[in-house]
Design a protein around this ligand. Structure first.
Ligand SMILES: [Zn+2]
Length: 395
């Protein structure tokens, strides 16, 4: 009798990476109660207890640590929980997601997952901007604070306490990905030394981090499939589907589907970054439509209209046609979305090295993304959307 191959024990797995569980959204969000199994691009032999590796390590304080502040930096030298250990197969997907030690394992896995994606877009490893002082990022999975932040050598995660049940940010992929976004940006552009007053480094940093979170989230198969199934392949969010977006359980989608223009935002850094995030999301949706049309999944008239001007009945027609095709060809929809995601992710990642953090303005960042686009269609959609958002001038 032939035995079924037990691939959890197959030593050949050791060559392709290491398995972890990640919750694409916090487990209290309906529909996301189960984590996804992911393979991180690092071999089991390269990960020590903690987890820890050459780039990062988890330090989990035994008591309620206060967040790092001015003059107070890693390494954390207080008493710590004992480091998490992998299973006998050296993978980390054997843990109880409700255990304390899972918080650090999850935060580590999310940080690596996001880094793997953006290093792929960049085409080279990210070198931490603090690596002359600290060779590795310290991840503190639980501090006594209703917030999360990343800074010089650290990523610290507190807990939100909205309805009196603490919800650790260590289980919140969105929060971690956003913070890793800040670290990637600083590592690519360098740290701004002089703030001229009218520069946009901080609004751009918030926008870029939200985009890192959104694009990284779209790397979970389960999330892409759920999003497409729920909308039946229709990501037209400008009209009535805004209602879907506003109540969308995915934080990234709620932020990204905003309709703000530069004339409508305040100087507050998160608010000022919103039009940039919106323009990037609209670009993903329009490139997705372009792919659908190319695959014979959507009517080419979809590309000829300004989706923001669609009348309700035209919108209904497009939506019905898309939903019908989605029933028979869902794979093409997934392919279209991941292609659009990667065109945009690659352009933004490639644009970073050209940016000067000391003089950065949002229009400069927008033009850099346009120039770094791999395809003419990507550049054109970026240009249209950045212009509609009043970030760049209409040509
Ligand atoms: Zn931020």
């Amino acid at each position: 009798m032939q035995m079924l191959r037990n691939d959890t024990l197959d030593p050949s797995d050791a060559r392709v990476g290491t398995r972890f569980w990640i919750f694409p959204q916090p487990p209290f969000i309906p529909g996301y109660e189960q984590p996804d199994r992911v393979w991180l691009n690092i071999l089991p032999d390269e990960i020590g207890d903690g987890p820890s590796d050459n780039l990062m390590y988890v330090a989990d304080p035994l008591y309620d640590k206060l967040p790092y502040g001015f003059g107070d930096l890693p390494p954390f030298e207080g008493a710590k929980h004992s480091p998490a250990k992998p299973g006998p197969d050296r993978h980390f997907d054997n843990m109880d997601p409700k255990s304390r030690s899972y918080l650090g394992v999850h935060a580590y896995a999310c940080t690596h997952f996001v880094l793997d994606i953006w290093q792929s877009y960049l085409g080279r490893p990210v070198r931490w901007f603090f690596d002359e002082t600290f060779p590795r990022l310290e991840i503190i999975p639980f501090v006594d604070w209703d917030n999360a932040h990343a800074g010089y050598g650290f990523l610290e995660l507190g807990a939100s306490d909205i309805d009196r049940t603490p919800k650790p940010y260590a289980l919140n992929f969105d929060t971690i990905a956003h913070e890793v976004g800040h670290l990637i940006l600083l590592s690519e552009t360098g740290v701004p030394t002089i703030a001229s007053g009218d520069e946009d480094f901080f609004p751009f940093s918030e926008a870029f981090s939200d985009i890192v979170s959104l694009i990284s989230f779209l790397h979970f198969d389960s999330a892409v499939e759920r999003l497409l199934r729920r909308t039946r392949g229709n990501l037209l969010l400008f009209n009535e589907l805004n209602r879907f977006a506003e109540t969308s359980p995915e934080t990234q989608i709620r932020i990204a589907t905003n309709s703000r223009r530069m004339s409508e935002v305040t100087a507050e850094v998160h608010d000022r970054g919103l039009p940039f995030v919106g323009a990037v999301f609209d670009t993903i949706v329009e490139l997705y439509h372009r792919e659908l049309v190319a695959n014979g999944c959507a009517d080419s008239r979809l590309l000829d209209v300004d989706l923001r001007d669609l009348k309700r009945d035209q919108f209904g027609q497009f939506r019905e046609a898309t939903a019908k095709t989605f029933e028979t060809k869902p794979l093409y929809f997934k392919l279209a979305l991941t292609t659009a995601r990667d065109l945009v992710g690659q352009a933004l990642a490639s644009s970073l090295r050209t940016l000067d953090p000391g003089t950065l303005r949002l229009d400069v960042a927008a033009y850099a993304a346009i120039s770094a686009s791999d395809t003419a269609a990507t550049a054109r959609q970026f240009a249209e959307n950045f212009a509609w958002r009043e970030i760049i001038r209409t040509r």
